[in-house]
Write a new protein. Structure first.
Length: 345
C-alpha cells in the first residue's frame, strides 16, 4: 500500500512537507484503539528471538532509525510502533538553530537516494531533553550530538559537553557527530588531534557525571585509508564503546541522475543506495581491525533484508535505516525482521 499508493502521493510534495504529513498521518491513525498493536504485529519486531544485547544495551531487535528523521524527538513514540528496536534522535545542538535555507532536501528517484543539507536544524537540547523525559523503557534511544553552526571549532568541545550533560538521564547511548558535511568545518573534527581531544573531554565528563551510557562515534564514508586507520587507533586507544558507520557522502560519482540536475541541487550529503557498498566496506574494515568488542552500527543504503544481512555479516551489530525507509516504507522493517528470524537456529 505504501509504495503503490502513499509514496507516489508524498513524492508529489517537497520532501520536508511530505515528512511532516507522514508523521501527522501516523500519529492520527495511532489514535484509533488497537492500531498500535496491529502495527507491532505486522512488523514482527517484538519477537523475543530478535533481541540483541551489547555494551549494556538491550535492543528489542537489530533495526534502528538513523539520526535526522526525528531530530527533536517529536515522533519517536509513534515511530516505535512500526517495529524499530532503537531510534537515534538529533542531531541536537546546545542552542536552537534554523539550519540552512530551504530547499535543502532533495530526492533522486533514479538512484533511490537523497541529498540533504539540513544544517543541524533543531530546537535545542533543552527542548529535546524535555520530550525524552516521558520516553518508554522498551525502546533504546540514542542521542546524536553536534555543535552549533556559529561555534568555531576551537570552542566545539564545550558544545558537545553541554548536550552530553543535558541528555545524561534520558538517552541510552551517545553518538558523537563529527561527520555531517552540512555544518562548515565540522568534518575537520575527524582529524586525529582534534578528535582525540574531543573524545577525551567527553569521557572525562562521563566519569565526572558517573554517566555509564556507551559513547559512539559517527564517521563519514569519505575518509581516506589513513584517516580510517586514525579512527581505529583512537577508538582502540580511548577504548571507545563503538562506531556508527556511516554518515552521508559528498561523493557524486556513478549516479544515474543527470549531472546538470545534480549540479543544480548543489552541496549536501548523499544518502541511499549509492552509499551502500562504501558503508559496508568501512564496517568490514572496522570490525577486522577493532575486533569483537566495539559496538558497530551499520548505516547506509539499506533497502532490503538482504542489504541489512550484508551489513551484519560485514560486522555490524545493529543496522539503521533512513532513506531506504522513505523509499520502501514500513514493510522494509517487516522484511528484515522476518529474514533475521530465518537466520535463528
Amino acid at each position: 500500500m505504501y509504495k503503490s499508493f502513499l509514496r507516489p502521493l508524498l513524492f508529489l510534495l517537497p520532501p520536508e512537507k511530505a515528512h511532516k504529513i507522514t508523521i501527522f498521518l501516523l500519529k492520527s491513525i495511532l489514535i484509533i484503539p488497537g492500531v498500535d498493536l496491529l502495527f507491532q504485529w505486522y512488523s514482527s519486531g517484538n519477537n523475543a528471538h530478535l533481541r540483541y544485547d551489547k555494551k549494556g544495551l538491550r535492543f528489542p531487535n537489530r533495526v534502528g532509525l538513523a539520526a535526522g528523521f526525528d531530530k527533536d524527538a517529536v515522533s519517536y513514540k509513534a515511530l516505535r510502533h512500526l517495529g524499530f528496536g532503537s531510534i537515534e534522535v538529533g542531531t541536537v545542538t546546545p542552542k536552537a538553530q534554523p539550519g540552512n535555507p530551504q530547499p535543502r532536501l532533495f530526492r533522486l528517484p533514479a538512484d533511490e537516494a537523497m541529498i540533504n543539507r539540513m544544517g543541524f536544524n533543531n530546537e535545542g537540547v533543552v527542548a529535546l531533553r524535555k520530550r525524552l523525559e516521558s520516553r518508554p523503557d522498551s525502546l533504546v534511544i540514542g542521542g546524536n550530538i553536534g555543535k552549533n553552526k556559529a561555534t568555531p571549532n576551537e570552542d566545539a568541545i564545550e558544545d558537545y559537553l553541554i548536550s552530553f550533560r543535558e541528555l545524561k538521564d534520558v538517552v541510552d547511548y551517545y553518538a558523537i557527530n563529527v561527520s555531517s558535511p552540512n555544518t562548515p568545518g565540522l568534518r575537520a573534527l575527524q582529524e586525529k588531534e582534534p578528535l582525540l581531544a574531543l573524545i577525551k573531554a567527553i569521557q572525562e565528563e562521563a566519569r565526572h557525571l558517573e554517566a555509564d551510557q556507551p559513547i559512539l562515534l559517527k564517521i563519514a564514508p569519505d575518509l581516506s585509508p589513513e584517516q580510517l586507520d586514525d579512527i581505529i587507533d583512537i577508538v582502540s586507544t580511548c577504548q571507545l564503546d563503538g562506531v556508527i558507520a556511516t554518515n552521508t557522502t559528498i561523493d557524486r560519482s556513478n549516479l544515474k541522475t543527470p549531472a546538470l540536475q545534480i549540479d543544480s541541487i548543489g552541496a549536501g550529503g548523499l544518502s541511499g543506495k549509492p552509499v551502500k557498498n562504501r558503508s559496508t566496506e568501512v564496517i568490514s574494515y572496522l570490525r577486522e581491525n577493532l575486533g569483537d568488542d566495539p559496538l558497530i552500527i551499520g548505516v547506509g543504503g539499506i533497502f532490503s533484508a538482504k542489504d541489512a544481512i550484508e551489513k551484519i555479516e560485514a560486522g555490524a551489530d545493529i543496522v539503521q535505516v533512513y532513506t531506504g525507509f522513505i523509499y520502501e516504507g514500513p514493510s522494509l522493517l517487516r522484511q528484515i525482521h522476518k529474514e533475521m528470524l530465518k537466520e535463528k537456529p
